[in-house]
Design a protein around this ligand. Structure first.
Ligand code: UT7
Length: 327
């Protein structure tokens, strides 16, 4: 797009939506499918009771479209009005075109800027911060920001230490130029020296997969680093917005493990009543986890207009970030 507008004071969330595929797959269902685990082990270590898994042929783009349709309806925005589409995903439908372009085609939008952001479980927070900056610079007015993942397809179902942790789904928001807040601050970081603790270290080369096409993780290293960086990003974001952590009405963290969520919120001095948790029912849906949790808490009336909400992500890369907004 070459159109430029006067810079906007803020970018504001006007719609949210979420989609989870199929029926919940419980921990006991995994045991019945032959995985050498137990509901007791998974729940005690992670807080996960169930996750949703995409059906064969159900892609990240398809789920993104269903979440996006809800978000557009809430924002009273037609797909044709969007001038920016960003999809955060590490499980794109294809190597290219981007899932954002596929989504654009599926929604019937033509001409908007469209691209994917790849920051694994921090992807949605990264994408939202990017959309905020594009809107405040005056380049765009109406953005669709989606996190969509089919991690079930990159899990090694023989590796019980990882396959029980993840699920599939999509969450979306519409973000529009506004005179009132809006996104107040964001903080995005990465440390490539930690690339090896969480990765899918394979690629397609000369018609075959080279390396390992499955998710590999050093669980304890991820756990420790996640608690540390989430707390740092939350403090940085609050300081940039001129707020204290006690000014927050809600924390919507990445949903990887309830123990990570509790440890970081405790360090921030936030009581658990202010924390949105879906990990028990969704598992870790990577880039979809934050917008799915946001959509759930807006949908059931917990998060209301005017409240201060901190969104946080952390994941492979190693990447992490936070966005503080007034809903
Ligand atoms: O977006 C970021 C994504 N990643 C994360 O958030 C993961 C962060 N890390 C964690 O949540 C934890 O490290 C895990 C939940 C993944 C693992 O918990 P842990 O306390 O670090 O367990 P561990 O890997 O040290 O394994 C302890 C034991 C081992 O048995 P032995 O060697 O002590 O006999 C594992 O073989 O638990 C065993 N184990 C399991 N047992 C039953 C590992 N996975 C399972 C399983 N069911 N699914």
């Amino acid at each position: 797009m070459t159109t430029t507008h006067p810079p906007a004071a803020y970018a504001r969330v006007t719609g949210v939506g979420g989609y989870l595929p199929g029926a919940p797959v419980t921990n006991d269902d995994l045991v019945r499918r032959g995985i050498n685990t137990s509901d007791e082990w998974i729940f005690t270590r992670t807080g996960i009771r169930a996750r949703h898994l995409a059906a064969p042929g159900e892609t990240s783009c398809r789920m993104a479209a269903l979440a996006a349709t809800q978000a557009l309806a809430m924002a009273n925005c037609a797909a044709e009005e969007l001038d920016l589409i960003i999809v955060a995903t590490s499980t794109p439908d294809f190597i290219f075109p981007s899932t954002a372009c596929l989504l654009q085609g599926e929604l019937g939008n033509r001409g908007a800027t469209a691209f994917d952001v790849q920051a694994v479980c921090s992807g949605f927070v990264y994408a939202l911060a990017v959309a905020d900056k594009f809107i405040r610079a005056g380049a765009h007015r109406k953005a669709l920001v989606v996190g969509a993942e089919t991690f079930s397809r990159i899990l090694d179902w023989q590796d019980r230490a990882t396959c029980v942790l993840f699920g599939d789904g999509a969450g979306a928001v519409v973000l529009e130029a506004a005179g009132e807040p809006g996104i107040r601050a964001s903080a995005l970081h990465a440390d490539g020296a930690l690339a090896g603790i969480l990765s899918v270290p394979g690629r397609v080369e000369n018609g075959a997969v080279t390396g390992d096409p499955f998710l590999r993780m050093e669980g304890q290293a991820v756990f420790k680093n996640a608690v540390r960086v989430l707390t740092e990003a939350a403090r940085e974001c609050c300081a940039a917005a001129g707020l204290e952590t006690h000014d927050l009405d809600w924390l919507v963290p990445h949903q990887a493990n309830i123990r990570i969520i509790e440890a970081s919120s405790r360090k921030m001095g936030l009581s658990h009543e202010k924390v949105v948790a879906t990990v028990d029912r969704h598992g870790n849906t990577s880039a979809a986890s934050v917008p799915l949790a946001l959509a759930e808490a807006v949908g059931d009336g917990r998060i209301r207009r005017g409240q201060n909400v901190l969104l946080e992500g952390v994941g492979g890369g190693f990447t992490w970030g936070a966005v503080l907004l007034t809903f």
